[in-house]
Design a binder for this molecule. Structure first.
Ligand SMILES: Nc1ncnc2c1ncn2[C@@H]1O[C@H](COP(=O)(O)OP(=O)(O)OP(=O)(O)O)[C@@H](O)[C@H]1O
Ligand SMILES: [Mg+2]
Length: 226
């Protein structure tokens, strides 16, 4: 069952200027993301998926439209305030993992707590490492891991702050098919067990179909779903 609306976007637009041409990467998108639901954004290459994900995760600001995250109007907020919203409410998983090579698995997972000025609770850290299947890899370095394990670390790193929303742009894009399926299951498990909302993108429609909802973009607009 899904609950309160955590992210609400209305009339979201993101235009890029390329010389004299205006690229309408996103052109009037309405979207609600509710607690405990999984939403997959799909669509052809260039349809605006990354652009939308970057707006919903407050990594980028809309050219027009309104965006409310966790009850706060965020369009038009300065960067230093967006940083706090990202750190407090959102857990972001990158396609290319972005792990710190000199830190262990456990240290990478705990890293966001440092930014929040919070102490690492060893039991909480152990719980997250177990949840992402890395309990026996805690003291390994990233270079000692497979691609799937690296993505597990970045999911653990996103979960450690207990975010309300987990956001990921093509999180299985760098993984082989089977590993990608396992990682996708891990995301859905986080939705079930932690009640977080999940917004992600993929080019794999079979994976997308496992989510509660699919939103299809075409030329920066929603074709199906909302
Ligand atoms: N920084 C930018 N400057 C100019 N145009 C951009 C920029 N970023 C994206 N675009 C354009 O915006 C449109 C949407 O791009 P976006 O990256 O959101 O697509 P996508 O659906 O994520 O594609 P893919 O499936 O290939 O990842 C494309 O036409 C792209 O060329
Ligand atoms: Mg993209």
């Amino acid at each position: 069952m899904s609950g309160d609306v955590i992210i609400a976007g209305r009339g979201l637009c993101r235009y890029y200027q390329r010389g004299s041409e205006t690229v309408r990467a996103l052109d009037g998108v309405d979207i609600d993301i509710r607690a405990g639901e999984s939403v997959c954004v799909v669509g052809p290459s260039g349809s605006g998926k990354t652009t939308l994900i970057n707006l919903l995760s407050a990594l980028d600001a809309p050219t027009a439209g309104t965006l409310v995250i966790d009850g706060r109007r965020v369009d038009g907020l300065p960067e230093h305030e967006l940083v706090n919203i990202r750190r407090g409410t959102l857990g972001y998983v990158f396609q290319k993992f972005h792990l710190i090579p000199t830190l262990t698995v456990a240290e990478n997972v705990a890293m966001p707590l440092l930014f929040l000025g919070k102490k690492t609770d060893p039991a909480g850290l152990a719980h997250v490492l177990a949840a992402v299947g890395l309990a026996d890899r805690a003291s390994h370095l990233p270079k000692e891991l497979s691609g799937g394990q690296m993505q597990r670390v970045s999911i653990g790193r996103a979960l450690i702050t207990n975010p309300r929303v987990l956001i990921a742009d093509e999180p299985t894009g760098n993984l082989d098919r089977q590993t990608g399926e396992t990682i996708f299951d891990l995301f859905l498990q986080a939705v079930r067990e932690k009640g977080v909302a999940l917004v992600l993108t993929t080019h794999n429609l079979a994976l997308a179909a496992r989510c509660d909802r699919m939103v299809t973009l075409e030329d920066g607009r929603i074709k199906r779903g909302s």
